[in-house]
Design a binder for this molecule. Structure first.
Ligand SMILES: Cc1ncc(COP(=O)(O)O)c(C=O)c1O
Length: 470
């Protein structure tokens, strides 16, 4: 070991043999900031399970953290200490096996590690001319997703921050295509068609786009059916798009996509499939049939940060017709005129210009483990959901309300009122036993658990449910 190397090791300016002494002239020696940040990241990723941490009140965090953004800085060691001791413990780690609330996320370690790599590379992913190599890898993943949808090779897409942005971007392209085809806005404006099961981001998208909405009544299990959709489309000539769910957030059911596709084709309306949560099920042979008809959709989203084992924030957005997407999303300005529009520029396909290459952690996870491992992971979570549903049906003091089509299980505890549900959920969350929050279903309060983590044990969940709801 040279003198220089031993000095650096003594100073701790190495992470796994890499010299961290490099510094910018202006910012000076940042080696200890880099070392401390990376060492924490490595230690966090080395854990076998996420910690059971949770949000704390703002006043408590503010008092413990103190003032950190100051004119002279507090130094990286102190900032890191505050992050470790105060800030990170006051967040909920999403990936814990017993986090079954909302739609959690359970990224694998390879994908999480690669998020750090992606950040370090600081790639501008909006334009091919800046991010070509990284965009190539993202596009390979998008092409694979298009093949799961059984779409033509000409389909295009990009990664955006989440389902909300993905849905809005797709619907903006849909409205633009309708305008191009019709030549003018219909008198009274456009109408967006969806069901009460659609995610709240769809109502938000309608508001942002300033379009009217029409609701399709659902069947007894919460699906949009072709017959009900036809009735709405028949009396809504201003309809420009139908949003259909491949996995509703609340109950995890998949609309009747094949019948919906027939109706959309008949009425010449854009079919958007929101698979933010459930789209991952396309990989699983045991549920693939329920997605039939998706091959005829015009746009589709899936959030890999939900059920495809990638970290936040990651939504894959795909379009069948590249032209429809580009017509809506390409931005034009004198300083953008030189851009080669023949290249697959992600900025031409969604509501963004600058972007990080947020598809790379998913790409790395897939490249590392292979598609079959991902398929098994999805099937594993589906099995867990079915086992928990069957177990709940056997527990005398619980009622199974909706058998899972995907990995959402809904049930209730007859005899409990809203206050009982809230007390139970809060106690379990507070003790760190399990996270499960109540929801509403058909106007009443019920319980709901969602499985996205292949490490979750159905036996453990059932034991907790049985013992704590007596
Ligand atoms: C079906 C569905 N669509 C859209 C969204 C919104 O996604 P995001 O939270 O990534 O914006 C969600 C989130 O849970 C969802 O379940």
């Amino acid at each position: 070991m040279s003198d220089d190397e031993s000095r650096q090791q003594r100073n701790g300016s190495h992470v796994h043999g890499t010299d961290l002494a490099g510094s910018n002239e202006f910012w000076g020696d940042e080696s200890s900031a880099v070392r401390d940040a990376l060492q924490w990241a490595v230690a966090r990723m080395a854990r076998s399970s996420d910690p059971r941490s949770t949000a704390h009140p703002e006043s408590e965090i503010a008092a413990a953290a103190g003032e950190t953004v100051t004119s002279d800085g507090i130094g990286s060691a102190e900032a890191m200490r505050i992050f470790k001791d105060v800030l990170e413990p006051a967040t909920r780690s999403q990936g814990h096996e017993l986090n079954l609330a909302y739609i959690p996320g359970a990224p694998n370690r390879s994908a999480v590690a690669f998020d750090a790599v992606t950040g370090s590379a600081n790639i501008f992913g909006g334009l091919w001319e800046a991010g070509a190599g990284a965009i190539h890898a993202e596009n390979e993943v998008l092409a694979w997703l298009a093949s799961l949808l059984q779409w033509p090779d000409t389909a295009v897409g990009c990664f955006v921050s989440g389902g909300t942005t993905g849905n809005l971007s797709a619907l903006f392209a849909a409205r633009k295509r309708a305008l191009t085809r019709l030549g003018a806005k219909p008198e009274g404006g456009w109408t967006l068609v969806y069901t009460s099961g659609a995610h709240s981001s769809i109502a938000t998208a309608a508001e942002v786009l300033d379009v009217a909405t029409a609701e399709v009544p659902v069947d007894e299990r919460g699906h949009m059916t072709g017959a009900a959709l036809r009735e709405v489309l028949e009396r809504t000539p201003s309809a420009f798009a139908v949003v259909t769910s491949a996995g509703t957030t609340n109950t995890g059911v998949i609309d009747d996509l094949a019948d919906v596709a027939d109706a959309c084709a008949e009425y010449g309306v854009w079919m958007h499939v929101d698979g933010a949560y459930g789209g991952a099920g396309l990989l699983a042979p045991s549920v693939r049939e329920q997605f039939n008809g998706i091959e005829r959709a015009d746009s589709f989203i899936v959030d890999p940060h939900k059920w495809l084992f990638a970290p936040y924030d990651c939504c894959a957005l795909l379009y069948r017709e590249p032209e429809a997407a580009r017509n809506a999303h390409s931005q034009h300005a004198s300083y953008l005129d030189h851009i080669d529009r023949e290249q697959p520029n992600p900025s031409d396909l969604a509501l963004h210009l600058s972007r990080r290459v947020r598809g790379l952690p998913l790409w790395f996870g897939l490249a590392t483990h292979g598609i079959e491992r991902y398929r098994e992971a999805i099937e594993q979570t589906l099995r867990t959901a079915r086992e928990v549903a069957a177990g709940i049906a056997r527990i005398e003091h619980l009622d199974l309300l909706v058998a899972p089509e995907l990995s959402v299980v809904m049930f209730d505890r007859p005899g409990w009122d809203e206050a009982d549900y809230n007390t139970w959920c809060y106690r379990l969350a507070h003790e760190g036993t399990m996270l499960c929050v109540p929801t509403r279903w058909r106007g009443r309060i019920v319980l709901r658990v969602v499985f996205v983590n292949p490490d979750t044990s159905s036996a453990e969940v059932l034991k907790i449910l049985e013992e704590t709801t007596r």
